[in-house]
Design a protein around this ligand. Structure first.
Ligand SMILES: *Cc1c(COP(=O)(O)O)cnc(C)c1O
Length: 386
């Protein structure tokens, strides 16, 4: 942590950072957390893989989000350190024996499974004092940018058989699914709840908890999705019609939709050429996810000069290269930048609080752990700070 600053301009003026800086805006994390807590009709978990920084976990916990979706020893330890009383759900459906034993010893009570083999593996290690969260695969084509049901999740047949086996063992299973990340269509959640309820009826096993996963969108420049409130309204309607009559409570486990807005990335122009810029971070660093999401993850950005003053001149299209010597290290879309952008200027990319710092590699000896807190809002695409 390099410090807390009133604004990005202040950070630049004081520090002139030459390595990328991951900026956190705890007040924005808190505001979105309150939106989820007020709007979602059930328990809100946080998917730690999006951003495991202690300040993120602590900020969410202070607002009342104290349940966490974790998938590794590091994430489990991080939650234990940052939120000692936090409730953890080990929602990775393919675990090794030592990972299960560690989770058991750290008091993790909920474990995702998507087949009978994983269920029996955990029972052999952790006994019967845990809740299996049986994961259902959701058919593709429900409006998400990333499909999260090709790799994990049981087909309805396997799902039903796994629920029945859990009940046979004397466990009380819950169920979970994930509609896909950056889901643009709230109806995907209704379809998921409906499919899950049909399978539960078929299994004939009593279910108390249905975790409808993450997938809530962040609002990138190209995102055409209704506001979070619409997602919550559709989910509440489905809860009343489908889940509540069966005695089922809901949970969700957002990552992106909860924390994307709470972080941005401050990069520096190391070299400007006539129609390209060479930045100090790229697709092997804090901008990794842009490589995968391309135009669907069009990040808002703005430019400041080396003293932190906004550059607001007429725009021109630039190719943006990252710092490594790898030819692939290039942003997948052109940036519209002030035509007078110069060496030593800064570009701040917003909505990188999820899947930013966590995905960064250290390729070519280039990585940055620098984190700073910013008290002002991101002032908008190409806009100066207030
Ligand atoms: C990644 C992940 C999430 C978070 O997904 P978002 O699309 O970022 O909300 C939630 N649950 C599981 C099991 C995940 O793997």
């Amino acid at each position: 942590m390099i410090g807390r600053f009133g604004s990005v301009a202040q950070l630049i003026a004081q520090e002139s950072p030459e390595t990328p800086v991951h900026l956190l805006r705890p007040h924005r994390l808190a505001a979105v957390a309150r939106q989820f807590l007020a709007g979602f009709p059930g328990t809100v978990l946080y998917a730690v893989k999006c951003n495991a920084h202690p300040l993120v976990l602590e900020t969410l916990a202070a607002e009342g989000i104290t349940h966490f979706d974790v998938a590794s020893a590091m994430e489990i330890r991080r939650v234990r350190e940052s939120v000692p009383g936090g409730v953890m759900y080990y929602h990775h459906p393919a675990k090794s024996p030592s990972q299960i034993a560690l989770a058991r010893d750290m008091g993790v009570g909920f474990y995702a499974v998507d087949c009978i083999a994983e269920l029996e593996k955990i029972a052999a290690i952790a006994g019967l004092d845990w809740v299996p969260m049986v994961r259902l695969a959701i058919p593709k084509g429900t409006g998400a940018v990333y499909d999260l049901s090709t790799k994990f999740g049981a087909t309805p047949d396997v799902f039903v058989a796994t629920l029945q086996r859990a009940a046979q063992l004397g466990l009380k299973p819950g169920i979970t699914f994930h509609v896909g990340s950056q889901c643009l269509d709230p109806e995907a959640f209704r379809l998921g709840i409906k499919l899950a309820c049909e399978c539960i009826d078929q299994a004939g096993v009593a279910i108390e908890l249905m975790d409808i996963g993450g997938g809530f969108p962040a609002y990138y420049r190209t995102t055409d999705a209704p506001p979070l409130a619409t997602f919550f309204a559709v989910i509440e309607d489905a809860r009343q019609r489908l889940a509540a009559p069966r005695g089922i409570r809901l949970a969700c486990e957002p990552g992106r939709g909860l924390v994307a807005e709470g972080g941005s990335l401050l990069t520096r122009v190391n070299l400007r050429k006539p129609d390209s810029v060479y930045l100090n971070d790229g697709i092997f660093g804090g901008l990794t996810e842009v490589y995968w999401g391309k135009d669907d993850l069009a990040l808002p950005y703005r430019v400041m000069d080396s003293a932190g003053r906004p550059r607001l001149g007429p725009l021109a299209a630039f190719t943006a290269y990252g710092p490594t010597c790898d030819g692939n290290d290039k942003l997948p879309y052109a940036l519209e930048l002030p035509a007078d952008i110069a060496d030593g200027d800064y570009i701040e990319f917003n909505l990188i609080g999820a899947y930013g710092r966590e995905m960064a590699a250290r390729y070519n000896g280039m990585s940055s752990e620098a984190v700073a807190v910013i008290e002002a809002d991101f002032a908008g695409h190409h806009q100066p700070e207030p």
